[in-house]
Design a protein around this ligand. Structure first.
Ligand code: CTP
Ligand code: MG
Length: 233
């Protein structure tokens, strides 16, 4: 079954700093957000793209991203909210308003700031969503991870059990809708979508991706992304 993808790109890029929001910074001569959209535009299993951007940037994104690079699968550009979770929620609302809310329809959610996802993983991800309801891409952590409070280590979880979660994450429509509704009712906010589904007690499958799928977050990530793209800044 073909999937719909929601791309949250409505953040302000606080950790990146600078005057231009990070999703518009250019890598190899093309905005990060355009790189990300290209991945899904070109994939045969993706039917529609819902792009979520800051309310004041909708016209800019229509002209400078969607029209300029001729992204034909972008069904709508939607205004984001103050937290990532609000932005994804607005994307889900738009999907439902457009009649794409069949309970089993696979909905993928992918950060606008991850331009290096390898779409070879998409068919397995969508298959797992159809089979199990919920699946995310991730990689085993390389470093040893600690929890820290007041500059003191409080816990050292065993590394072999730890994974770094990435996007895309995929869910059957009704499951992710229920997860967002429950989180809203409980005032629960998380930094990824799988966390909301986990709270429902529904299992989320982890599919191994690769280490290239970085989230461009701080200035050194630009250097890494440029190197991985093999281009010039
Ligand atoms: N995002 C969003 N709406 C928000 C916050 C974030 O759509 N209110 C998006 C970002 O644009 C990004 C993705 O969610 O594509 C992952 O978020 P993150 O890397 O944290 O980006 P920012 O929130 O922009 O960065 P920062 O946290 O450093 O401000
Ligand atoms: Mg953020």
């Amino acid at each position: 079954m073909k999937a719909t993808v929601i791309i949250p790109a409505a953040g302000s890029g606080r950790r990146m700093g600078g005057s231009i929001s990070k999703q518009y910074l250019e890598l190899a001569g093309k905005p990060i957000l355009a790189h990300t959209l290209t991945l899904f535009e070109n994939h045969p299993l993706i039917e529609h793209i819902y792009l979520v951007v800051p309310a004041g940037d909708i016209a800019y994104c229509q002209e400078q991203i969607v029209d300029r690079y001729s992204f034909s699968k972008v069904a709508r550009i939607v205004a984001g909210g103050s937290e990532r979770q609000d932005s994804v929620s607005h994307g889900l609302d738009a999907v439902a308003q457009d009649g794409l809310d069949q309970p089993l329809r696979p909905i993928l959610i992918h950060d606008g700031a991850r331009p290096l996802f390898d779409c070879q993983h998409l068919s397995l991800l969508i298959e797992a969503v159809c089979d199990t309801g919920a699946c995310t891409i991730g990689v085993p952590v390389k470093d040893t991870i600690k929890t820290v409070e007041n500059s003191t280590i409080t816990n050292s979880p065993e590394r072999s059990r730890l994974w770094q979660v990435q996007t895309p994450q995929g869910f059957q429509y009704q499951l992710i809708r229920d997860a967002f509704d429950r989180a809203a009712a409980d005032g629960f906010v998380a930094t990824d979508d799988a966390s909301l589904v986990e709270r429902l007690g529904h299992p989320v499958k982890m599919l191994e991706g690769d280490y290239r799928n970085i989230k461009v977050t701080t200035p050194e990530d630009i250097l890494i992304a440029v190197a991985l793209l093999g281009g010039t800044p």
